[in-house]
Structure formats: structure tokens, C-alpha cells
Design a protein around this ligand. Structure first.
Ligand code: PRX
Length: 636
């Protein structure tokens, strides 16, 4: 790769300086760009670590995403193009989307959903998923989407945390022609989660599934005679739009709560800056709506802008390796947003599949979820963007609600640099600090922090203010702790260096090592478990598991299968380890902490390298001795 120098432009520096030093004025102007029923009284009420953005303002997300477009030319343009693996399609104009959302909102009301309720969605990538989200928030309820790859146990844990009474699901999801039995998973989950009294069932297929009378209601029946207009419920800016569970460093996932006003304002602005989105854009984000990217990038931000969205249900390489490129060509996609994992998979199969398609409609290409290595960046730029489209590598998290560090071609502010997420977006005061919270000089690895509240930030962890405070606001005084490592280069560009905590990114999916370890020790034969990530050329990271068996058990393949199965049923198939090792002992510090860096060095077949006390407080000798011992044990 050619070594080029890229500096933040003078315009960026000035824009950013103004946005940060006059932050409330800056965000107030941004807030004026979305529709409100009542203007806010205060831009920001900040009682660290709790932020109330646009306090006193009233709005409705469903109104902003749909109704607001009905008085313009957008009324009859396509809001959603949906397509499945087999090429079946559906499309909905804004006015049709309005009708579907209203009918379902009316049905939800009839079955007793009221403002403040939480509705759980466990759905495949079908248009009804978007209808369900928007119908829920139209009547002032809050949605919790659970990724449909999660198992019944994981679904039950999330339902139990919310205490939800209503759940929306489908009979099956379809992937690689396989039917994923969503309704059956729900039935099993509800045995463990009795709060749910009503299940709305969407028929995705013709196949029969179990229906529990009195509890399960058919979506098609509910909407048949439903009203076609339901007044949107104006909610306070701080009213929770959604709760999304994400992995943390304990076995228990955290319910990340996002506001309505701050979240929508933030996403509205950042999609303009980063993707230059407009009502003429055909926007395709390939994420699943079950993750935060799907919430912001498939539903809320593009619809707020009146764009056309693509929803594709299926695997990227099925039935052919050019499925995605075919879709881009067919619908004239202008903005494409995907993950490095998917790109790395395509790179392995060469460019012929891509060359079959005319991708000239593309204007901006995005990447999210994990670091994009410069080689993949260059490939994306050359073969998908034909050296015409800027690549926006967007760094953010479930907790941040929206993109935080990214180029902003919509503002023409930031020269790109392959492999770097470039610079913080306007109004985002990001920095890299050492263990004491002091800014580090360029070229030094440190912790990524955010030093000022921003409108998209989480309001908290559901029902757990203490965990919220401890996880994000205790490591450094007055700073939001991202738990990511980063480094700034000499031009001030940010380079993301992976998680600083015990969270893995497997094919872009966020998984806590503690979640997997607790699924393993829940089996009758495992005494202890430790999980580490191993670098993988396609998935970024894969899971490697070390298990100490209880005394009566001897290692064998059946036990291995059993343990993997337990992870699949307790979390989901995507959390299954790629390698499992039975060991007699794990390398631990004197205080009992597992020294994961030793395990990591071993799975990568590398020396222990630079030994610092940064990670676990173990002494240098302790680490070196344990490393040698553990290596000998594994070999023996
Ligand atoms: O480690 C960072 C990584 O993904 C984490 C957040 O995961 P999640 O909450 O699932 O949200 C993912 C989609 C927004 C971060 O802490 N991450 C996300 N984007 C990038 C990234 N790492 C490097 N570069 C990125 N662009």
C-alpha cells in the first residue's frame, strides 16, 4: 500500500472545535431537523452519568419515520424493498408502510399494549419486523428485539429481565433453505419466562406450528379488521424507544436503554454526515435487525431521512456467491453498509462474482463491527467501489446508539486513511488515555474514552443503574469508558485495536467470554472453563475453549460434543467454540484470576511477548513460569 499522509482538514478542525465547545447550541440545531410535537425545555440535563437530552420535548419515532413523509413526494416512493434467498420480493411505499404499521399498532392496542409496556420481538428479517418495531413505538411502548439466532434459554433470560407481557414472533426463519423453528424456540423459552401472556404469530411459511389457545394470536387475524389510523402517542424525549441486550463481562447480558429524542436526533445527523443520506438514497445495511446496527442503520436513520431501504433475508453467499452484488445491481443501491467479516469471506472467492454485476449505482461504502484491515479496505475500495466510493469505517457500539468515529463524506471534512476509522464525528470528544486517564501521545496504545455526553448515548442499563455506573463511568473520572483499545497516529487519526475487556467479536457478533464459560460450567461434567479469542482470517476471531473436567470424567469426543451443544442451547449456535481443549489446570494469578494472555499466546502459538502487569496484575515471573508450565501441560 502506498504510504500517504492524511491530515484532518482545517474545516474539520474548526467544525469540531465549535461543535465541542458550543455543544448544546450545536446539538440544538441538529434537533431542529427532526419533527417534534413540542419543543424541549432544556437541551441537556446532565447529572453524571445520567443524561437527559432535549428534556421536555415530545415526539414520536413512528411519526418521524413515516407520517412525516406523507405530505411530500415521498408518499408513493418505496420505503422497503424486501427479498429472500430464493428471489421472492415484496415492496412497500411509505403510504403502504404507514398502513401496515397503523393496522398493527391498532391490533397491539386491542390486545392491551399501552404506553410504557415492553414488547419483545423475536423475528427473522421480514418486513413485519419493521412494522412491529414502528407499531410498538407508535403507541408509546418500547421494543426489545432479540436476535433470532439466540436460543430459547437466552431468549427467556432477556424476557425475564424485561418482564414483558407480549411477544411477537414468526413460525420459521429461513436461511440456506433451512427452516429455523422460531415458534418452537419461543414455546420452550416461555416455559421459563411466564410473564408473556400473549404471543403474536406471523406466518412466514405454510408449515403448521403449535398454537396455544388463549395465548397465541395470528398476526394475519389481528390486522384483518384493524383500524388503518392510530394517532401516534407523543412521548417524552427521554422515553425509552428500545432496550437492546448486549454482552458484558459477566454472564448476564445488559439491557441497554436508548431514549427516543436523543437517539433519533443523533442518528438523523450522523447518517447525513457519514453516508450523505437523502430521500433519494437506496440504502442497504446487511446487518440483522437483532443487533444495534440493524436498529439504527436499517430502520430508524434511513426512514427518518425518507430513504429506500433494502431488507434481505438470507446468507450472503447463498444460493450463489454473487447474491449481494446481484441485489445492489437490481435495486440500484447507492449506500452499502456491511462488516469486514463478510468482505473477507468474499475476498477468498475472488472477483469474478463481482465483475458479473454493474455496481455503478454505489456512492458510499460503509464498514462496521470490527476493525477493517487496510488490505480489506483497499479491496472494498477497488472491487466494490471501483475506486470511486469513499469507504466509511464507522466505529461505534450498542451503547453509543450511533456512529462515533468515522469519516464524514457528507460534510466533505475528512480525508480517508485505509484501516483507520479516521476522526471523531462532530460533537464527539473522543480520546485515548492511559491507566490513569491521561491522554497518551501518538503511537501509544491506550483506552478509548468519550469525554462529553452525546445525544445517542445510552440512558442506562435496564433496572441496573449501579452496573451502568460501574461499567462505563467508574474506570476514569468524568469519561465514558468504551472498553476498546485504540491508538492515535501522528496526524491524530484513530486506529481501533480491539476490546480491552473480556468480550469477543466473532464474525462481528459480540459475545462475552463469561456467557460462554457459564454455559459450560452449567453442564454436569465441567468444573471450570476459560474462553479466549483466536485470530481468524475471515471471522476476525473464533472461540477457543479450555475446560477442566470434574474428577469422575475423562476427556472424550462425546463430552466435547456435549459441551458444544450446551453452548448452542444456552446461547445460540453462533457462540459455539471452534476448538475445545481439556486441561487439568488453568494459568491463574495468585488472586485466582485466569491469565488469558497466556491462553491467547498459546492458541496463537506465539511467545508470551511483552509482559506488563496491565491486564491482570500478575508479576512478570509468575506469568513466564505459568506460560511455560501450561505449554508443557498442553503438549504432554
Ligand atoms: O470493539 C468495538 C467493535 O465492536 C464493539 C461494539 O460491538 P456492538 O455493541 O455489537 O456494536 C457493533 C456495531 C456498532 C466495539 O466496542 N467495533 C465496532 N465498530 C468497529 C469496531 N472495531 C473497530 N472498528 C470499527 N469500525
Amino acid at each position: 500500500m502506498e504510504a500517504k499522509k492524511y491530515y484532518p482538514t482545517k474545516r474539520y478542525i474548526e467544525f469540531q472545535k465549535n461543535a465541542i465547545s458550543n455543544s448544546e447550541i450545536f446539538w440544538e440545531k441538529e434537533a431542529e431537523k427532526i419533527p417534534w410535537y413540542k419543543r424541549w425545555d432544556k437541551v441537556l440535563a446532565w447529572e453524571e452519568p445520567f443524561a437527559k437530552w432535549f428534556e421536555g420535548g415530545l415526539l414520536n419515532a413512528s411519526y418521524g419515520c413515516i407520517d412525516a413523509h406523507l405530505n411530500s413526494w415521498r408518499k408513493n416512493k418505496v420505503a422497503i424493498y424486501w427479498e429472500d434467498e430464493q428471489g421472492n420480493t415484496k415492496s412497500f411505499s411509505y403510504v403502504q408502510l404507514h398502513r401496515e404499521v397503523n393496522k398493527f399498532a391498532s391490533a397491539l392496542k386491542k390486545i392491551g399494549v399501552v404506553k410504557g409496556d415492553i414488547v419483545v420481538l423475536y423475528l427473522p428479517m421480514i418486513p413485519e419486523l419493521v412494522f412491529s418495531m414502528l407499531a410498538t413505538v407508535r403507541i408509546g411502548a418500547t421494543h426489545t428485539v432479540v436476535f433470532s439466532g439466540f436460543s430459547s434459554q437466552a431468549l427467556a433470560d432477556r424476557i425475564n429481565d424485561t418482564g414483558a407481557k407480549v411477544l411477537i414472533t414468526a413460525d420459521f426463519g429461513i436461511r440456506r433453505e433451512k427452516y429455523v423453528p422460531l415458534k418452537e424456540i419461543v414455546d420452550n423459552a416461555l416455559k421459563l419466562a411466564p410473564s408473556v401472556k400473549k404471543v403474536v404469530l406471523i406466518k412466514r411459511t405454510e408449515k403448521e406450528v403449535n398454537k396455544e389457545s388463549g395465548r397465541d394470536l395470528l398476526y394475519s387475524e389481528l390486522v384483518k379488521d384493524a383500524e388503518t389510523y392510530v394517532e401516534p402517542e407523543p412521548v417524552e424525549s427521554t422515553h425509552p424507544l428500545y432496550i437492546l441486550y448486549t454482552s458484558g463481562t459477566t454472564g448476564k447480558p445488559k439491557g441497554i436503554v436508548h431514549s427516543t429524542g436523543g437517539y433519533l436526533v443523533y442518528n438523523h445527523s450522523t447518517y447525513k454526515w457519514v453516508f450523505d443520506i437523502s430521500d433519494e438514497s437506496v440504502y442497504w445495511c446487511t446487518a440483522d435487525v437483532g443487533w444495534v446496527t440493524g436498529h439504527s442503520a436499517i430502520v430508524y436513520a434511513p426512514l427518518l431521512h425518507g430513504a429506500t431501504i433494502i431488507i434481505y433475508e438470507g446468507a450472503p453467499d447463498y444460493p450463489y456467491l454473487d447474491r449481494w452484488w446481484e441485489i445492489i445491481e437490481k435495486y440500484g443501491v447507492t449506500i452499502f453498509y456491511t462488516s469486514p467479516t463478510a468482505l473477507r469471506m468474499f475476498i477468498r472467492h475472488g472477483e469474478d462474482w463481482i465483475k458479473k454485476h454493474d455496481l455503478r449505482s454505489l456512492k458510499i461504502l460503509g464498514s462496521v463491527g470490527e476493525p477493517i484491515n487496510p488490505e480489506v479496505w483497499e479491496w472494498y475500495y477497488k472491487y466494490i467501489g471501483n475506486e470511486r466510493c469513499p469507504i466509511v469505517d464507522t466505529w461505534w457500539q450498542t451503547e453509543t446508539g450511533g456512529m462515533m468515529i468515522s469519516p464524514s463524506p457528507g460534510l466533505e471534512l475528512v480525508p480517508l486513511k485505509p484501516g483507520s476509522a479516521t476522526l471523531p464525528l462532530p460533537g464527539i470528544d473522543a480520546d485515548v488515555v492511559d491507566d490513569s486517564g491521561n491522554s497518551v501521545s501518538h503511537g501509544t496504545k491506550g483506552y478509548l474514552v468519550i469525554k462529553k455526553p452525546w445525544p445517542g448515548m445510552l440512558m442506562g442499563v435496564y433496572k441496573d443503574p449501579v452496573r451502568y455506573k460501574e461499567t462505563y463511568w467508574s474506570k476514569f473520572k468524568g469519561m465514558y469508558y468504551t472498553a476498546d483499545y485504540a491508538m492515535k497516529d501522528e496526524e491524530g487519526y484513530f486506529w481501533m485495536l480491539g476490546r480491552a475487556d473480556e468480550i469477543l467479536k466473532v464474525a462481528g457478533h459480540r459475545i462475552g467470554t463469561a456467557e460462554i464459560e457459564s454455559a459450560v460450567v452449567a453442564t454436569p461434567f465441567a468444573a471450570e472453563a476459560a474462553v479466549v479469542g483466536k485470530a481468524d482470517a475471515v471471522k476476525g476471531e473464533v472461540i477457543v475453549l479450555f475446560v477442566i473436567l470434574k474428577e469422575d470424567y475423562k476427556p472424550d469426543d462425546d463430552l466435547k460434543k456435549n459441551i458444544i451443544n450446551s453452548i448452542r442451547t444456552q446461547i445460540g449456535p453462533f457462540a459455539a467454540p471452534q476448538e475445545v481443549y481439556f486441561v487439568e489446570k488453568l494459568p491463574k494469578t495468585r488472586s485466582g484470576k485466569i491469565m488469558r494472555r497466556i491462553l491467547k499466546a498459546i492458541v496463537h502459538d506465539k511467545p508470551i511477548g511483552d509482559v506488563t502487569t496491565l491486564e491482570d496484575g500478575a508479576s512478570v515471573d509468575e506469568i513466564k513460569t505459568s506460560y511455560e508450565e501450561f505449554k508443557r501441560m498442553l503438549k504432554g
